[in-house]
Design a binder for this molecule. Sequence first.
Ligand SMILES: C[S@@+](CC[C@H](N)C(=O)[O-])C[C@H]1O[C@@H](n2cnc3c(N)ncnc32)[C@H](O)[C@@H]1O
Length: 244
Amino acid sequence: MSFEKEVTERLQANGENRKLVSSANEFLKESLTPLYSYNFSWLGRPIIQYPQDIVAMQELVFSVQPDLIVETGIAHGGSLIFFASMLELNAACGGVEGTVLGIDIDIRSHNRKEIEAHPMFRRIDMIEGSSIDPAIIKQVADHAEGKQKILVCLDSNHTHDHVLAELEAYAGMTGIGSYCVVFDTLIEDMPADAYPDRPWGHGDNPKTAVWKYLESHPEFEIDKNIHNKLLVTVARDGFLKRVR
Ligand SMILES: C[S@@+](CC[C@H](N)C(=O)[O-])C[C@H]1O[C@@H](n2cnc3c(N)ncnc32)[C@H](O)[C@@H]1O
């Protein structure tokens, strides 16, 4: 049996392994309050992600070969530096020459300074403004003009309405075979009181937005292989593959 086929079969089995899935979910739940995802950095910049999701994004960059990655939600810039460095490595491995475009409503001056001073900045562009503001959407569309394969990551405001508006604005930029990755779908599966100081929560979050979006967008399918592989992921049901 080929290695790939072996892995695919194992992913399905792992996804159906109740003990394994529930221990991963338990870890996710327990790791929220201690702010586990706030402890990591990528090439010197803080990145607010779980390591498993970072590895998944590396696999996606290599398999999709995007010439543009669009990410909403910059924060300290760790994920932008991560994508830029993956694009750098990808190019060094003979892949496409890509860039990453980050959008954030508030790019703090100290973060901007560090991002702009980073060697990976040569593959980064940033736009400040709300990702659902029509003027910002137009700027992103202009930037995307002529690109062959766009990978989209949504990691900004996690309310249902905001993410749904982002999906409507950006998911269509992906080409067939590419992905729109929606982070923090896990909010739906966490206890109702898990986000007391946030406008999102159970019933109002990225996962409910994904479900709503998919009702009228059959060109996307949830790639379950990815969340079955990671198990510990903030993006269960959030790896949307463009299939047509
Ligand atoms: C979870 S953090 C992003 C983390 C980053 N992607 C990483 O992996 O390190 C969310 C970011 O979204 C930004 N944000 C909130 N509302 C936004 C909006 N309407 N448009 C764009 N960005 C927004 C916040 O300013 C914050 O920096």
